[in-house]
Unconditional design. Structure first.
Length: 563
């Protein structure tokens, strides 16, 4: 990770190494801005030798302050930990970085879409915690990592093997065995783990069960004859310079980038192997083949070109509409933002029938959907923005107070169409702009809600949009006043620290369609995980495959791990 601060003119300069990067920017009071059409993880940027890129970031979305503390599961706080917003524990959002101070405290600003924090610190396994955008303090617990050390051994003769890659699947850590076949890896303390070894002509794996925090473990990782595959991807007879290969049957399922040269996949398990193949400007493809132990297979695959779907979005006077979201739905569904000229391009779509639409939420306008037939020659479409309806209003608690920080969404009558999402502000207000004229349902993350004056019994309120006139709603949310403390113990009743505990309410059990996910928290040194703002209804608490039901009024629960 490389970070730099912008100057008084907003200019910055980063020195990044060769390879694949994602870029983002963060500023106090704003949601992180990432490079690329996805506002979550951003687009992959490949840096080659002597490359110079000019990447601009627009900080146009207000951010919600998220603050908290990072604690050691065995007691105390963790200073200098890196805290990032993430869509998955291993996929942080570019630009969303904070470091804890001497008190373990941190602060950053989040957008409305992501609800997970990941924390990293030297000597600890990564920690995660879900968060709400309502100002509550977020607590992330880190567990001292367990070090697995051992030797890679060639099974037939029992000889140590050097330069074999060893990786821990869940922890994501990897290393190589040294000249004596020795290796050392950090793993997640309480999780079952799978060690995978692979190298030219060899492959092996070893399953591990969870251990005690900080205690090193000695293992012997036995490998046997594996298979190697040398693969060359071409597009219309020319080498692919921006492609990838994914081994679907692999224990790792790792993406291997293709830069115009053959790629070698080493240490594959003998037998049937299935690969996903892709390249910019090519139709997605797959390859299935049988590999023999101890042999090296060579293959060349020529991918089929596909036509690009290009176009532009303009306003009612024909002016370009930059940073407008364009969506395509059909055999594949993708989205992209228009550039400064209002132009967009999709280069990886297979041929077929697509619906193309555009939404400029900041203007309250939209266009489409327009149906096109995409063939190998490509297609061009121009979309003209028109005024659209806005559904907004205020969400309150049963006491009449503003319900701040509640994640809300709106969905059209056709699944996935005209969807929008936001988070209520400090006054409980929300807004969904640029909606099509159709039936919609407003949700509050699975929580029960209703029009003011009615009882909140289901998880949505229906809205009918017939023209571009704005619609104002006054909604009341179900009560969320209880807290829940979960005690995690083993079969002997001893507290277990460092376990990821999840709490969820099933929507189907309440006549609703959406589950309420209260997030994931790590048990502390006393084996306790705490949840705030818990709604009514029966909850399911789960950790490491063990599940327990918690009744509607319960404020405490005990989870005995089945291991």
């Amino acid at each position: 990770m490389v970070c730099e601060r912008s100057d008084d003119d907003g200019r910055y300069a980063l020195a990044a190494g060769l390879g694949v990067w994602r870029f983002g920017a963060a500023a106090q009071g704003y949601a992180p801005s990432v490079f690329g059409p996805s506002r979550l993880a951003g687009s992959v940027v490949t840096l080659t030798a002597n490359a110079e890129l000019e990447l601009d970031f627009v900080m146009d979305e207000p951010g919600w302050r998220v603050h908290g503390v990072v604690r050691d599961a065995l007691g105390g706080v963790v200073e200098g930990a890196r805290v990032l917003i993430a869509s998955h524990p291993s996929i942080p959002q570019p630009g969303s970085l904070a470091r804890t101070d001497e008190d373990g405290a941190f602060e950053l600003f989040a957008g409305p879409r992501l609800r997970m924090l990941t924390a990293y610190a030297e000597g600890y396994a990564p920690g995660i915690a879900s968060f709400a955008l309502d100002g509550r303090v977020v607590e992330i617990v880190l567990v001292p990592e367990t070090v697995v050390q051992g030797v890679v051994v060639w099974g037939p003769r029992g000889e140590p093997l050097a330069n074999v890659e060893v990786l821990a699947k869940k922890a994501g850590a990897r290393t190589r065995s040294d000249a004596r076949g020795r290796f050392e890896l950090p793993v997640l303390t309480q999780e079952d783990e799978l060690l995978i070894a692979r190298g030219p002509g060899v492959a092996g794996s070893l399953a591990l069960t969870g251990g005690d925090p900080g205690e090193p473990r000695e293992v012997e990782l036995v490998v046997d004859a594996g298979a190697d595959l040398e693969l060359m991807l071409t597009l219309a007879g020319q080498p692919c310079k921006d492609g990838y290969v994914v081994e679907v049957t692999s224990l790792v399922r790792e993406v291997v980038r293709v830069w115009g040269e053959p790629v070698v996949l080493s240490g594959l398990a003998p037998g049937e192997v299935e690969l996903e193949l892709g390249c910019r400007g090519a139709r997605l493809d797959s390859l299935r083949l049988e590999l023999a132990a101890g042999e090296r297979e060579r293959r060349r695959v020529d991918l089929e070109p596909t036509g690009a779907l290009t176009g532009r979005v303009v306003g009612r006077e024909g002016e370009p509409s930059p940073r407008t979201l364009v969506q395509v739905r059909g055999p594949m569904e993708l989205s992209a933002l228009c550039d400064a000229r209002g132009e967009f391009s999709f280069e990886v779509l297979p041929p077929g029938r697509y619906e193309v639409s555009a939404r400029a939420r900041r203007l309250g306008m939209g266009a489409g959907p327009v149906t096109i037939e995409l063939d190998r020659d490509g297609s061009f479409v121009e979309l003209e923005l028109q005024a659209r309806a806005t559904v907004g209003g205020v969400l309150r608690t049963p006491r009449g107070e503003p319900a701040a920080g509640v994640w809300m969404s709106i969905v059209g009558s056709e699944p996935g169409r005209s969807a929008g999402f936001t988070v209520t502000d400090d006054e409980g207000r929300f807004s969904f702009p640029a909606l099509e004229s159709t039936e919609h349902s407003v949700f509050a993350g699975g929580l029960r809600l209703a029009q003011t004056g009615e009882a909140p019994l289901v998880d949505h309120v229906e809205v009918s949009i017939v023209d571009a006139a704005p619609i104002e709603l006054e909604l009341v949310l179900e009560a969320r006043e209880r807290s829940l403390e979960v005690e995690v113990v083993d079969g002997s009743g001893a507290a277990v620290a460092g376990v990821a505990v999840r709490a969820q309410r099933e929507g189907a059990g309440l006549g609703s369609s959406l589950d309420v996910d209260l997030g994931t928290h790590i048990s502390d040194a006393e084996g306790r995980a705490r949840f705030e703002g818990v709604p009514g209804g029966t909850l399911e608490i789960s950790a490491l495959g063990t599940r327990v039901q918690v009744t509607e009024d319960a404020r405490q629960a005990r989870l005995v791990l089945d291991r």
